[in-house]
Structure formats: C-alpha cells, structure tokens
Design a protein around this ligand. Structure first.
Ligand code: PAF
Length: 284
C-alpha cells in the first residue's frame, strides 16, 4: 500500500530514519497528470533504490503564464492509483503553503544553460523550477533523483543546481518515452484534441528528418531547419516557437564546430493553446 504524505516535515523525518537504516532513496519529482513516461522513471527508480518517493506538486513559480498554470491538467487520484500499480512506496502531495511557508526570492544564474530555448522563451521558468527542486531535495534528501530527457535543458540545469548547492544527489537522466507515433509523452498531451495528438507526430518526424540529413555545412543545416519549420507551420493551429541546433553540452550554437561538438536539436511548438517541447541528439 502506497504511503501518502502532505506534510514536508513528516515526510522528511520518515525518510531520515530509513536513511539511518542505510536504505537508498530514489526520488521522482513531478507535477502530476502522470503518464507512461513518468512510470518509466518510477520503474527505473524502483530497480535502483530501496525506497521510491514521487512528489506531485504543480509549482506556480515556474509558470510564466497564468493561463498555462490554470489549465495545467490535475489528476491526483488517478496519479496515486497509477503509482500504486507500479508499487511506488511513497507519494508526497503538498499544498503551496507546505512548499513555500516563507517567500523565496532566490535568483539563480545558470549562465549559457538558460540563455536560449526555454530560458529565452519562458522568462523566470528555470528560476522557479530550480527553487522548487531545491526545496523538494531538501525535504526528501534522496540518493538519486530521476528526470526525463524530454526536458533536456531542465535536466542540465538541475545537474548544475546540485553542483552549485553542493547537494551530493545523483541526477539520473532517462530517455524520452514516446507515443506509438513518435510524439514525446507529456502531461500537456492530455490537453490536445485527438486530431492534434495525431498530427503532433510531425514534430518528431521533422526532428528525425533533419537529424538524418545532418551535415557540417551551416547554410545547408539552416535550410533543412527552415524546411522543417515550414512543414510544421503548414498544419492548422501549429506554430513553431523555435527549432534550434545547439551543442548538447553547452546548449549554445557553435559556429566553429570542433571535435567536441555534439549537435542536438531542440524545438517548441504551439498547438492551439498548448505548448509542446521535444529534442533530439544527433549521432554523428
Ligand atoms: O518536470 C517537471 O515536471 C517539473 O519541472 C518538476 C521537475 C517536477 C519541478 O516542478
């Protein structure tokens, strides 16, 4: 039977005792509306730890758009059932006051990691994300925490956060789970119509097409990317916010593509009012 906590201090002391008993704790932070992608993280955490904690908290601080926050899907009861089915040990469902008993005004600087893509298009998003992740890490104090590579920029920033705060937590990145048509699994997919969900397969298809034709000629790459954008934008209600080729370590475009250059594509697309992201490393 899954153990449920709403109190940060009760969870903290419960886990501290287990840690004293040399139990290894795995942690999967989420905003709920759980899907098979989350469950892949839970299953991996279950294999690698003695006890697994999943948190469900829609963090207002990381939404730069009030409407996006209001319509974010919330399905806590179904989420808990799904976690139980996967034998997850603990679920933490805190209130806003439990997470933020005092106002937090911390400002992080993640440098080049937050300069582009989500950092550029969602001002304040990564700061709000880092604030909640730090707070959750302090409460749970896990050995390992699991993050999906669908949010690759977030994963890199969390790794930097753990270094900056010297938290000694192993951050485990997990491959993106995809629907049968290639669409990256996301809680936001629940907000799409069936037609949009089918059509959204174009995102992964175009990323794969660009990756397949990858070459080191910058003009040719720009041409390939423009063609991908045009194809996606030609679908009614679809609008590419960015489709960018950067280095997978620095998240910066590299003009002089040296031997350490790891080409990696990142995309954000608005489908009606729903914003989807995806990314694809290019194997050269
Ligand atoms: O990836 C998410 O669901 C969220 O950004 C996270 C890591 C749970 C923090 O709110």
């Amino acid at each position: 039977m899954i153990k449920q906590f709403t109190s940060a201090s009760e969870l903290h002391y419960f886990l501290a005792e287990l840690k004293n008993d040399s139990k290894e704790i795995g942690f999967v932070p989420t905003m709920g509306a759980l899907h098979d992608g989350h469950m892949a993280l839970i299953d991996k955490a279950m294999r690698e730890n003695d006890l697994v904690v999943c948190s469900i908290f829609v963090n207002p601080k990381q939404f730069n758009n009030a409407d996006d926050l209001a319509k974010y899907p919330r399905t806590v009861n179904e989420d808990i059932k799904l976690l139980s089915k996967h034998n997850c040990h603990v679920v933490f469902v805190p209130s806003i006051d439990e997470i933020y008993p005092n106002e937090v005004s911390q400002k992080y600087n993640f440098g080049s990691l937050e300069a582009l893509m989500e950092g550029e298009h969602r001002p304040g998003h990564f700061n709000g994300m880092a604030i909640v992740v730090k707070r959750l890490f302090e409460i749970v104090n896990p050995h390992r925490a699991y993050f999906g590579e669908k949010d690759f920029q977030q994963l890199m920033i969390v790794r930097r956060l753990v270094e900056m705060e010297d938290m000694g937590i192993d951050i485990v990145g997990c491959a993106t789970s995809r629907e049968f048509n290639g669409l990256a699994m996301s809680s936001r997919n629940k907000l799409l119509t069936e037609k949009q969900r089918n059509e959204a397969s174009v995102i992964y298809r175009e990323l794969s097409e660009i990756a397949k034709n990858y070459c080191t000629n910058v003009n040719e790459m720009n041409e390939l990317i423009s063609t991908g954008i045009k194809r996606i934008n030609s679908i009614v209600d679809f609008e590419v916010e960015y489709l960018t080729l950067v280095d997978g370590d620095t998240l910066q475009p590299t003009v002089n593509q040296g031997y350490s250059w790891k080409p990696h594509l990142f995309i954000a697309v608005k489908v009606g009012n729903v914003r989807l992201i995806d990314n694809l490393p290019i194997i050269v």
